[in-house]
Design a binder for this molecule. Structure first.
Ligand SMILES: Nc1ncnc2c1ncn2[C@@H]1O[C@H](COP(=O)(O)OP(=O)(O)OP(=O)(O)O)[C@@H](O)[C@H]1O
Length: 225
């Protein structure tokens, strides 16, 4: 069985000394290639902190966090960068650049790929926007798109580089029920087609049916549901 995420006894605290605040306590979880895992849990239970550690965006010191066969605990910046390049991120707010079109926002995610010409990047972006149902909106800027469409652009941006893992932090939080459901259904379909692993944090009980597995983080402790 191939696990793309393997976390063992991860402990993480903010602050130090008397102000130490433990946030993650002996968290152990393995996620397989192609699996879609939804993480729920009360506000402040450590979900975002967990995602940022998995994404190589925050240093943790205790335990083991293996992502795509690389150990992230006490790892070099170089290791973290190589892991980050294989991960797509989707945030609660879409974080698109206002001055760029949908197509330019998506193609920007390919800028690190030196082997591609500008035109190839734009072509890939257009293809990905077609896959999320926005082929008629390539030249629209975020202000001219609905919240649901913006989130679909950010799904396209997260997937265009063919990441092995997508980390999503409350991607439906700013959307109404229908567009939230549409966005995650598209994400699920594309992820399944390409065997991309998804770890998605949500408070949104309406999308739990898309998961292969639901886990709950409560008070820094993980429980399988
Ligand atoms: N940079 C920081 N410095 C100190 N404490 C922090 C920091 N970031 C988060 N915390 C604290 O760590 C705990 C976990 O925060 P985290 O954002 O991971 O929770 P969450 O489960 O994602 O919450 P929410 O669902 O509200 O987004 C909270 O008590 C929070 O106040």
């Amino acid at each position: 069985m191939s696990h793309v995420i393997n976390v063992h006894d991860l402990n993480f605290s903010f602050g130090s000394g008397a102000l130490t605040q433990p946030v993650l306590k002996n968290v152990t979880i393995s996620i397989q290639k192609g699996e879609i895992v939804l993480m729920t849990g009360p506000s402040g239970s450590g979900k975002t902190t967990f995602l940022t550690i998995i994404g190589g965006l925050r240093q943790a010191y205790h335990g083991s966090v293996r992502v795509l066969d690389q150990e992230l605990i006490n790892s070099s910046e170089q290791v973290k960068v190589s892991v980050r390049q294989q991960i797509g991120y989707i945030f609660q707010q879409h974080n698109l650049l206002k001055s760029l079109t949908a197509q330019q926002n998506v193609s920007m995610a390919l800028e690190m790929q030196n082997s591609m010409t500008e035109q190839q990047r734009l072509d890939h972006a257009a293809e990905m926007l077609r896959a999320v149902g926005l082929d008629a909106r390539l030249n629209y800027k975020p202000d001219q798109l609905s919240a649901g469409q913006c989130q679909r652009v950010s799904i396209a941006r997260a997937l265009v580089g063919q990441p092995k893992i997508v980390l999503a932090d409350e991607p439906t939080a700013s959307l109404d029920k229908q567009s939230g459901h549409e966005a995650v259904t598209i994400l699920e379909r594309l992820a399944k087609e390409s065997q991309t692993t998804i770890l998605l944090v949500t408070h949104d009980y309406r999308i739990l049916d898309m998961a292969d597995r639901v886990v709950e983080l409560e008070d820094g402790v993980i429980k399988e549901k």
